[in-house]
Design a protein around this ligand. Structure first.
Ligand code: FAD
Length: 383
């Protein structure tokens, strides 16, 4: 009779969440772990994202989570052993509405209270500092130098290599088809590579979070929406920061290799897994961005793809362990900002699993139980 394969923790999803969690579990000595990825590592939202890392949030808890993540990104090369093209070139947040600018003033006050060094810039100051930006219609901007960006593929590969070095296992092209629950407790997963017994299952399946959660009968309240994004041919490097606007609905950065990555949201997008791309997106985004960033005129688009935002009802992640099924944990619903917070989330969730409590960052407010209350604070700083 063949021996049953067993791990302490089985993680579903080989994106930034699954690999960050696997890395921190191994660091804490829990190396009996396996990550199951149905395709290749970073094939989900992570490998399709813009790689922005921002601490300028409207909720205090998101600021704390992002600040902890930045500390971990700053040490990534040294700790994890991979150069992920991490650049702290800052985030320039542009506001085109009086109402939003008022909210930004409040955000900055709170962010400074949290110890974040954030500047408020007038349109004139933006023009002086960045003469290549057309500030027509701009009401104000904020800037935080320690924000930045990194290459998401390299971050996942860095974590994955470290996991393997420490003795963890990663199964790519292996889909979890069902989760076995016995007497209200997780006991294993059935995959396209066979059955694996385990005590803990973590749902880190990004856009598929609710489908996977339904395997244990738990509704995580998440829904996925398509977001399109494109990359241009390379230009000489001169644009160090990520530029973003919630009222202007765009974000843009330059990669280490010179290409510009840019995208926008679409309020008419319907929930569902749709990986197609549209000409409408290219046309709308290109005409808007050439107006604000005139140097983009005649720069060619090289590639255009789509990925998913896994949305939660308050645009903040849903992270914790289930009360309904013992041994079932989740880190989902990042609502378009999961790459930047994943190191802090991975660290906190690993601590929760190993010690039963978090040591560095409080994530209790991200538990799904928050939706049982009547007041939910919605994060506003999302494109
Ligand atoms: C266009 C775009 C731009 C973005 N820009 C940013 C940004 O600038 N900064 C930022 O922080 N965030 C950004 N995001 C959001 C970010 O990409 C996500 O929040 C983050 O990557 C989520 O990571 P994850 O590991 O949780 O999910 P994913 O990366 O989606 O990983 C989940 C994995 O689970 C696998 N999986 C699913 N079901 C199963 C199963 N049954 N068995 C095995 N494997 C399974 C999938 O194949 C997938 O690889 C952006 C997203 C998009 C789409």
């Amino acid at each position: 009779m063949s021996k049953v394969r067993k791990y302490d923790v089985c993680i579903i999803g080989g994106g930034i969440t699954g690999t960050a969690l696997g890395y921190f579990l191994c660091k804490l000595g829990k190396t009996s772990i396996a990550i199951f990825e149905k395709s290749y590592l970073s094939s989900g939202s992570t490998g399709r994202c813009a790689g922005g890392i921002r601490q300028q949030w409207s909720t205090r808890s998101n600021v704390r989570l992002a600040m902890r993540s930045v500390k971990l990104f700053e040490r990534f090369k040294e700790d994890v052993g991979m150069d992920i093209e991490y650049k702290q070139g800052g985030y320039l947040v542009l506001s085109y509405s009086e109402e939003e600018a008022e909210q930004f003033e409040k955000n900055v006050k709170m962010q400074r209270e949290e110890g974040l060094d954030v500047e408020i810039l007038s349109p004139k100051q933006v023009s002086e500092r960045y003469p290549y930006i057309n500030t027509k219609g701009l009401v104000m901007a904020t800037f935080c130098q320690t924000d930045g960006h990194a290459n998401p593929h390299k971050a996942v590969i860095g974590y994955a290599q470290a996991i393997r070095r420490m003795g963890g296992h990663i199964y790519t092209h292996t889909e979890v088809k069902s989760i076995e629950v016995t007497n209200g407790k997780v006991t294993g997963v059935d995959t396209t590579a066979g059955y694996f017994a385990c005590d803990i299952v973590v749902n880190a399946s990004g856009p598929w979070s609710n489908e996977v959660s339904k395997l244990v009968g738990v509704d995580l309240l998440t829904e996925s929406y398509r977001h399109q994004i494109l990359v241009t041919e390379p230009l000489e490097n001169f644009f160090p920061m990520m530029a973003i606007s919630f009222s202007g609905n765009f974000y843009m950065r330059q990669t280490q290799h010179g290409q510009f990555i840019l995208g926008q949201g679409d309020k008419d997008e319907k929930p569902g897994l749709n990986f197609n791309v549209t000409y409408k997106f290219e046309k709308e985004l290109a005409s808007k961005m050439v107006n604000i960033f005139p140097f983009l005129k005649n720069v060619r688009i090289i590639r255009h793809w789509s990925g998913m935002y896994n949305m939660s009802p308050d645009a903040q992640p849903i992270i914790g362990g289930s009360d309904l099924v013992k041994g079932y944990y989740y880190a989902v619903g990042y609502s378009g900002h999961g790459f930047m917070v994943a190191p802090a989330v991975g660290e906190a969730l690993a601590e929760l699993i190993v010690f039963g409590k978090t040591l560095h960052t409080d994530i209790s407010y991200l538990d799904i139980k928050r939706f049982e209350g009547t007041v939910v604070e919605k994060e506003k700083n999302v494109v």
